[in-house]
Structures are given as structure tokens and as C-alpha cells.
Design a protein around this ligand. Sequence first.
Ligand SMILES: [Fe+2]
Ligand SMILES: [Fe+2]
Length: 179
Amino acid sequence: MHTVIDALRETVALERQTMALYARFSECFASDRKMSEFWFEMARDEARHVGALELVETMLQLRGVSDRVDPSVFDQSAVTRSRKLLEKAANESKAALSIQRALEIALEIEESELEDVVGSLLRSVKQGGEYARFQRLLVHDLGNLSYMIERYCDNPELLQRCDALVNRHAEALSGLVQQ
Ligand SMILES: [Fe+2]
Ligand SMILES: [Fe+2]
């Protein structure tokens, strides 16, 4: 059984892998300035998630908190699924990818439960406004992803999936604002 600190560390490692994947895409598509900047911004936001989780971990360590993590807060099987997905994406991106496939991979990762786990951990530790900040950034990022899918992929099903994801996180955010 994990402590909250273990859960934060395990999640940080996956967020770092996501950051590395988006940073790689930024390099792969360097010849298209807008596309490269888009991926860089996605990577930077994952870096912010890493930073937020590490800050929370530091605060908990300073306070000597070593509680067991609540399984409703940290879904181990969701984390395992996300890890497998990220490994598969990292392998696939070793070869040259089309823009369409890179966008599709990003959507698969964002649709995985990883950001839900991050949000759930940040919410549970009630540290400043980290959860609200995270959720706001996520809606912004996913909106950008949706725009890129619309622009570069002639795939209404993909766009619909991304828009559904934006809406789901936007609803979570508006629930927060109303609290
Ligand atoms: Fe993230
Ligand atoms: Fe993400």
C-alpha cells in the first residue's frame, strides 16, 4: 500500500515521461514553427504538473506527513494503464511520425486517466490553489489540442473525442468556481 508521498512520486515519473514525449514532438516538427511551439507549450505544461506535484511532496515531507494514500484518490490500476500507454507511445515515437499520428497519440494520453490521478492528488492535499490552477491549464491545453486536431486532421471522430475531453475538464473547473 502506497503512502501519499509514494503516490506523488510515481505520478511525477509518468508526468515527466509525458513531458519528454511532447518535447520530442516539438523537436520532430521543428520545421513547422507553429506546430513546434504547440508541442513545446504542451511539454511546458507537463513540466508545470511535475513542479506542482513536487512542491506538494516537499510540503508534505516538511510536515512529516506519511499517511497511506486513499485508493479513491490514487487509482493504481489507472496509473499502470497510463504507464503502458506512455511506454508504447515512446516506442512508437522513436520512428518518424506524421503530425496526425502525433496528435492522435497526445489525445490517447490525455484521455488516459493520468491527469485525473494528478488532479485527484492535488485536490486531496488541499495545497493552496494548485488543483484549480492545474485544472484551468488543462482546459486551456486541451482546447489547443482540439484546435490542432481540427486544423491538421480530417477526422471528425478524433475531434469529437477531444472536444468531449475538453468539456469534461471544463465542467470540473466550473464546479470548482461555483464552490
Ligand atoms: Fe500532466
Ligand atoms: Fe497532459
